[in-house]
Design a protein around this ligand. Structure first.
Ligand code: PEP
Length: 250
């Protein structure tokens, strides 16, 4: 039986003061929710704050990106070992904003996935199609290519210690949510594709949905057989909204 999971992706938002009140609300709200795994992925400078404020809480934390190499002359970059030093459990790799704005391709994302696991972190691998790709019937091909690149580099067994997030690009930050049936169909496709390599890994794999999830639409999405929770952007910045989503996973 897979546990539901809800992960907040703060993107480039927050301040010490804002985070302080958001985190204390999450901490007390999460204490009432023992059947859902909750995490927040914050900008790098706030990892120390997460470590301080969440260490005695069930809420885990992580980062939103990582460099693919262990160390070196890469000004401005952050390694997986550094994230592990700050107590991160998770790191998002391949978010569509990184793929589209920073030109990250599936091979690079797979390398980041591998680096994260080597440092003991759990990668949250984002996959998803653009509106144009959906409209031209390429959704499954796009998602398959993004997933296969990781399986080819690290092997399917690596998915035992990973999370996949299906995030249709057209639904991220747009207020347009994929319908529960649209999302379920891609989630089932991802699980089947993994099952083609190893059925047991596929059944254990947590697949989150991301794209304009709110407390109001989470219950219907999370009720679908292959939707194991959500990766939450905008709504993760509002404690009551985020906790409402977490309650839908409880
Ligand atoms: C995201 O950035 O991962 C995301 C799902 O954003 P939003 O919830 O705002 O659509």
């Amino acid at each position: 039986m897979r546990r539901k999971m809800v992960v907040g992706n703060w993107k480039m938002h927050g301040s010490l003061v804002q985070n302080e009140s958001l985190l204390s609300a999450l901490k007390s709200g999460a204490a009432q929710l023992s059947h859902v795994d909750i995490a927040v992925c914050a900008p790098f400078p706030y990892l120390a704050q997460l470590q301080q404020q969440l260490s005695a809480s069930s809420v885990k934390w992580g980062a939103q990106d990582v460099h693919q190499l262990e160390k070196g002359a890469f000004t401005g970059e952050v390694s997986a070992a550094m994230l592990a030093d700050f107590g991160c459990t998770y790191v998002i790799v391949g978010h569509s904003e990184r793929r589209s704005i920073y030109g990250e391709d599936s091979r690079l994302v797979a390398e980041k996935f591998s680096a994260a696991q080597q440092a003991g972190l759990i990668p949250i691998l984002c996959v998803g199609e653009t509106l144009q790709q959906r409209e031209s019937g390429e959704t499954e091909a796009v998602v398959a290519e993004q997933l296969d690149a990781v399986i080819a580099l690290v092997g399917v067994q690596a998915l035992r210690k990973a999370v996949v997030a299906y995030e249709p690009v057209w639904a991220i930050g747009t207020g347009k949510t994929a319908s529960p049936d649209q999302a379920q169909s891609v989630h089932a496709f991802i699980r089947q594709r993994v099952a083609g390599h190893d059925e047991q890994v596929a059944q254990g794999l947590v697949i989150l949905y991301g794209g304009s999830v709110k407390a109001a639409n989470a219950p219907e999405l999370f009720a679908k057989a292959d939707i194991d929770g959500g990766l939450i952007g905008g709504a993760a910045l509002v404690a009551e909204e985020f906790l409402g989503i977490c309650r839908a996973g409880q």
